[in-house]
Design a protein around this ligand. Structure first.
Ligand code: DMJ
Length: 486
């Protein structure tokens, strides 16, 4: 894999795609009063994080304690339901109103295991084996079922060895499969009724088209049944066949006609984000040369057409897939995962630079806002949905480089959440991170139990249960390779 230096990347950017001085000045308004530069002392928050970083063992202990705090909150107020509302002690039905898949239990399973909370692992796995119902009568969101439930059951099986978890996983996957097999193009429908198999929803964004191949591929490996992997690969091929002359993809596409319904290339923002992550990871996990080639081809095009540098910061603009014309400069926090992906995919310098852009925001907002406009230098959404993407990249880049600075920024991220989003009932989302105190919402999203504490724990704990060299996690933080049972 080729590594792209910042200088090379800059040289490859089309002139019109590089921000002018005016735009650069407005980006600066996202910076703290004391600007970060190589010569200047680090901003207060960074210096504090550096001074205050305890030993790895101590950080791992703190992270585990905070995970247990939120897990106990879920158990107390919402056990068996999808998600907890930690302020009101209520719950949220994530998939179907009035129904439950025990989402937070499935999400937490491998995190509980990796943290050696074995009594809780048994309790969670017992609940799933007894109560998890993959045949409920309702139209379920296929993508959210694959990355959270199929992935959670798979990793739960890989970590614990319990065969019934794999059986539940396979039954659910079989019920999701019509979304792929009923499609004339191979591009999946967005919803399927788990009981009847009826499909609906013909306008999936790319994340929903591609973010299946890891879960379906591992399921094929474990069962010897190729149908899952083949369905996921067919969906990828259908989209790659429809790339533009610039080798760019759009944002959403029609299941039945195969025509683009949104021709904006919006990498790494949602709703395309994990489409690209799964290309790289699929190539890695299954040794599939086509997936590897597709990742390289598309990533070269994205770096060429969408990368923008301003004030030394790297961001990604939205462009028309046919003309390359810039149509927007918004950046979602969900896109922060891309720093780690670029690093893993061979573009280490670009990945590290993109990570720095997000760290600059962390200097200013210890709890990151959901979205910014890097052209205007404004916050587009001041919410925070307890997002894991920044620390996902800390984890990926630390594993790749061994650079301790990623531990320091990860710890600052952790402290920001603990200082601002911890409540007696666990951890909650924020309605506005720009107010003091931060204005809180009332939800612990299921992914919290799968992602943020796990990335942090795996960075600091010297656990025997995870192989740092071989380990591979899904977009939902599920351990799909590298769980060490013994
Ligand atoms: C998670 O469900 C997954 O990481 C997904 O790929 C998109 N992001 C959410 C959490 O923000």
């Amino acid at each position: 894999m080729r590594s792209l230096s910042p200088a090379a990347l800059r040289a490859r950017l089309p002139r019109r795609a590089v921000l002018g001085a005016g735009a650069a000045a407005s980006v600066a308004s996202l910076l703290p009063a004391r600007r970060a530069s190589a010569a200047a002392p680090p901003p207060a928050a960074a210096a504090d994080g550096l001074r205050a970083l305890p030993s790895d063992t101590e950080v791992a202990r703190q992270v585990r304690a905070e995970f247990v705090h939120s897990w106990e909150g879920y158990k107390r107020s919402a056990w068996g339901r999808d998600e907890v509302r930690p302020l009101s002690a209520g719950h949220n039905d994530f998939y179907l109103p009035g129904r439950t898949f025990g989402l937070s239990i499935v999400e937490a399973l491998d995190t509980l295991w990796v943290m050696e909370l074995d009594h809780e692992v048994k309790r969670a796995a017992d609940w799933i084996e007894k109560h998890f119902d993959p045949a409920q009568d309702g139209d379920i969101h296929v993508f959210e079922a694959v990355i959270r439930l199929v992935g959670g059951l798979l990793s739960g099986h890989l970590c614990t060895g319990r065969p019934k978890l794999l059986a539940r996983c396979r039954e659910l996957a079989d019920r999701l499969l019509p979304a792929f097999t009923a499609s004339p193009t191979g591009i999946p429908y967005t919803r399927v009724n788990l009981r009847t198999g009826a499909v609906s929803g013909t306008n999936p964004p790319l994340a929903e088209v591609g973010s299946n191949i890891l879960e379906f591929g591992v399921l094929s490996q474990l069962t010897g049944d190729r149908r899952y992997f083949d369905a996921a690969k067919r969906a990828y091929r259908a989209v790659l066949d429809r790339r533009s002359s610039l080798d760019l993809l759009g944002t959403s596409i029609d299941t039945e006609s195969g025509r683009w319904t949104d021709t904006t290339s919006s990498v790494p923002n949602p709703p395309v984000d994990s489409f690209y992550e799964y290309l790289w990871a699929g190539g890695e996990l299954f040794g599939d040369p086509e997936l590897r080639d597709w990742y390289r081809l598309l990533t070269d095009a994205v770096l060429r057409a969408q990368g923008e540098r301003s004030d030394g910061r790297l961001w990604f603009a939205q462009v028309d897939q046919e003309t390359g014309e810039v149509v927007g400069r918004s950046q979602s926090e969900l896109g922060a995962f891309y720093a780690g992906l670029l690093g893993k995919g061979g573009d280490r310098a670009a990945g590290e630079d993109y990570y720095k852009s997000w760290t600059m925001l962390l200097d200013r907002h210890p709890v990151l806002p959901e979205a910014v406009d890097f052209g205007e230098g404004t916050i587009l959404s001041a919410r925070n949905d307890l997002r894991p993407e920044y620390v996902n990249s800390s984890f990926d880049l630390w594993r790749l480089t061994g650079d301790a600075s990623y531990k320091r920024t990860a710890y600052r991220y952790f402290k920001g959440l603990r200082d601002h989003l911890r409540v007696p009932g666990g951890y909650t989302v924020a309605a506005d991170v720009t107010t003091s105190p931060v204005q809180l919402g009332d939800l612990t999203p299921g992914y919290w139990f799968a992602e943020n504490p796990k990335y942090l724990y795996l960075m600091f704990a010297r656990t025997r249960r995870f192989d740092q060299r071989k380990g591979l996690l899904s977009t939902e933080g599920k351990i799909l390779r590298g769980a060490v049972r013994s």
